[in-house]
Design a protein around this ligand. Structure first.
Ligand code: ZN
Length: 137
C-alpha cells in the first residue's frame, strides 16, 4: 500500500501555496473543484505521494466545519487500493464504520470512499482507486 496523498484543510489555497509552493518548493500540478464534496483542491506531488490542499467552496462544506472546529491542519490520509469495492467489503466484514458504503468520484476522476475516524483511531481515512484510463490522459 502507498499513501496517495495527505489532505490538508485551509481557508484559502492561494494563501496556503505561499508556504507549500513558494517557501517549501513543491509544485502545484493540478487544481480543481470537486462539486460533490464542496471543495477546491490543489495537488502538490511530494515523492511518491502528494499534498492535497482543500479549500471549502461553501459554508456547508465538510471542510468549513473542520476549519471551524480545528482551524486547519491535516484533514485526512488517503491510501491507494487496487480494488476499492473489495477493500470496503473487507472493512465492513470486520465491523468497521464507513462514511461511504459505495465509492464515489473524487479528484482527478478517481474512485474514492471515506472510512469513519471512529474506526481508525480518530483519523479520517480515504481509500483511492485510480482509474488507469484517466491517469493516462
Ligand atoms: Zn483526499
Amino acid at each position: 500500500m502507498k499513501i496517495n496523498h495527505l489532505g490538508i484543510a485551509t481557508k484559502g489555497i492561494d494563501e496556503a501555496l505561499r508556504f507549500w509552493r513558494d517557501a517549501l518548493g513543491l509544485e502545484n500540478v493540478h487544481t480543481e473543484v470537486v462539486e460533490d464534496q464542496k471543495v477546491r483542491v490543489a495537488m502538490l506531488p511530494l515523492g511518491e505521494s502528494r499534498i492535497e490542499l482543500l479549500e471549502p467552496t461553501s459554508e456547508d462544506s465538510p471542510i468549513s466545519k473542520f476549519l471551524e472546529k480545528r482551524g486547519g491542519g491535516i484533514h485526512h490520509i488517503a491510501v491507494d487500493v487496487e480494488d476499492i469495492e473489495q477493500a470496503l467489503q473487507k472493512l465492513k466484514d470486520r465491523g468497521m464504520r464507513l462514511i461511504d458504503e459505495t465509492p464515489r468520484i473524487g479528484a482527478e476522476g478517481c474512485l474514492v470512499a471515506f472510512v469513519h475516524p471512529s474506526s481508525a483511531n480518530g483519523v479520517l481515512l480515504e481509500l483511492v482507486q485510480q482509474i488507469p484510463s484517466e491517469k493516462a490522459m
